[in-house]
Design a protein around this ligand. Structure first.
Ligand code: TXE
Length: 484
């Protein structure tokens, strides 16, 4: 039990336990060893989190924005000072290499808190002159927001949701994924240490039923989910019952288009990052790599060479570049997709099986070429290090094929012709696009999907729209002119 937290939940300023809740066993994906046992939130814990958040939000919403910002800034400093220990915990929870978690997970979460601490005091309303009378607007917090996280970036997701929510005067109840429940508890602890009043960021553990209980509570004004499309549909529908605000960050099958004039080494590097980083468990991954025919064989041979050099291993070793998948269930799912790809006639370029390590949920970094649009590998989200490479002849064709999917989270284009880069991106149905780059998601830029990949945007100024509502105030400056 080397990562056992003080208790399962963090509610109203402190750790809370209720062992009546069903057990949640936390497993280190590199070894299968059980590192903690937590309990699902019981109705009593959920009620305490909701009533505490609702009560605390009233004063917080009326607090001067710079004071709220000061607290979040202190939390940023604490996170950065403790990055190493937090990153090790993230590695134990997810199996992702420390080489990644120390630079990508908590650091990105700290950036979000820093950004929204800076932004929130600048959020103001406007005055609309009407020639005497006037209207002014107030951007108000929504109230109590629920955040529901996925297991791929558990601490980053908690921070990305907490930062805009809290800085803009809301309270948040966060339910981590039952697969990775540990990081969010640390965030709650750090926020309180930084001076956040009790109740404003509560963490409750549980599976879908706990999430469902939060989403449908009458005190909840908004739900922000990061997860799969099927779960998104359920949560969106449940939130609609109460006409609640929603942000949905869901899955993808994003196209990465490589034209034959591209810098091929950069395109391969981006395709590898966009399929193998975090062992392929990233929603915006470019999992359909369209390569123009002229460079296909060069692309494939260099990809195989570079992939063979990837260092798989113990995630706590700083030299390790690729860790295991998050769970046994995910391992089976990814192996299943590899089998389907082979059976459907895709050409295996590298990998294609479990990795030869004695323990853990490891698979080899894998690439299939000659994938066609109708193959399962080109249509469904695998969420593992499995790259699908498709051929294309020309620009018009590739745009049509890239858009032929229910998803619309992200897309990338590699070309030396920048006019073409902009022209193609303008026609791609995706919420987040890159030209000659891939998967970079700085907090300064909006992030989110179109079509089944979601609604709303996280990060950037765009998130302000999703954590506030506008009150419009008409001010009459003269006598009321009534006809009766
Ligand atoms: O995700 P879910 P799971 C994909 C990935 C993975 C599959 C299932 O392929 O294999 O989805 O993973 C909570 N009301 N992605 O089961 O079900 C749940 O407890 C309220 C891709 O982990 O989407 C968890 O906290 N909440 C994806 C969160 O929703 C509910 C990231 C996400 O769970 C709920 C994650 C309900 N009815 C998985 N049901 C991406 N693309 O980013 C579940 N939850």
């Amino acid at each position: 039990m080397r990562a056992q937290p003080k208790a399962s939940h963090f509610v109203n300023g402190d750790y809370v336990e209720d062992t009546a809740g069903a057990a949640i066993e936390v497993v280190y994906p590199a070894t299968g060893e059980m590192i903690a046992v937590l309990h699902e939130a019981t109705p009593a814990v959920i009620e305490a989190a909701l009533s505490g958040a609702a009560a605390a939000q009233k004063a917080w919403g009326a607090t001067r924005p710079v004071e709220r910002a000061r607290i979040l800034r202190r939390a940023v400093d604490l996170i950065r000072a403790r990055n190493e220990e937090l990153s090790v915990l993230e590695t134990l929870d997810t199996g992702k290499p420390v080489q990644e978690t120390t630079v990508a997970d908590w650091p990105s979460g700290a950036d979000a808190l820093e950004y929204f601490a800076g932004l929130a005091p600048t959020v103001t309303g406007e005055t609309v002159p009407l020639g005497g009378d006037f209207v002014y607007t107030i951007r108000e917090p929504l109230g109590v927001c629920v955040g529901i996280g996925a297991w791929n970036y558990p601490s980053q997701i908690a921070c990305w949701k907490a930062a805009p929510a809290l800085s803009l005067g809301n309270a948040m109840i966060f339910k981590p994924s039952e697969v990775t429940p540990l990081g969010a508890l640390k965030l709650a602890e750090i926020l309180v240490e930084a001076g956040l009043p009790a109740g404003l960021f509560n963490v409750v553990q549980g599976r879908g039923t706990v999430g469902g209980a939060l989403v449908t509570d009458r005190r909840v004004a908004k739900v922000s989910l990061t997860g799969s499309v099927p779960t998104g549909r359920k949560v969106y529908a449940a939130a609609a019952e109460g006409i609640r605000h929603v942000t949905m960050e869901l899955g993808g099958k994003s196209p990465l288009i490589v034209f034959d004039d591209a810098d091929v080494e950069s395109a391969i590097g981006a395709a590898m990052l966009g399929n193998f980083y975090s062992t392929g468990q990233i929603c915006s991954n470019g999992t359909r790599v369209f390569v123009q025919k002229g460079i296909k064989e060069r692309f494939l041979s260099r990809l195989a060479e570079r992939t063979a050099a990837i260092r798989l291993g113990e995630p706590l070793d700083p030299e390790t570049q690729l860790g295991p998948l998050v769970s046994e269930a995910q391992l089976q799912k990814v192996l299943g997709y590899m089998q389907i790809a082979k059976a459907e006639g895709a050409r295996l370029i590298c990998g294609g099986d479990r990795a030869a390590l004695n323990t853990g949920f490891y698979v080899q970094p894998t690439a299939f070429a000659d994938v066609t649009d109708d193959m399962t590998l080109a249509r469904e989200e695998v969420f593992g290090p499995v790259m699908a490479i498709l051929d294309f002849e020309n620009e018009e064709e590739v745009i049509t094929r890239a858009n032929d999917t229910e998803f619309g989270l992200a897309a990338g284009v590699f070309t030396a012709d920048l006019a073409r880069g902009h022209r193609v991106v303008a026609q791609l149905q995706a919420g987040t696009c890159w030209i000659n780059a891939y998967n970079l998601t700085p907090v300064e830029g909006p992030f989110g999907g179109v079509k089944s990949s979601g609604v709303g945007r996280e990060n950037s100024r765009a998130a302000v729209e999703h954590y506030t509502q506008v009150k419009s105030v008409y001010v009459g400056m003269g006598p009321v002119d009534a006809p009766y």
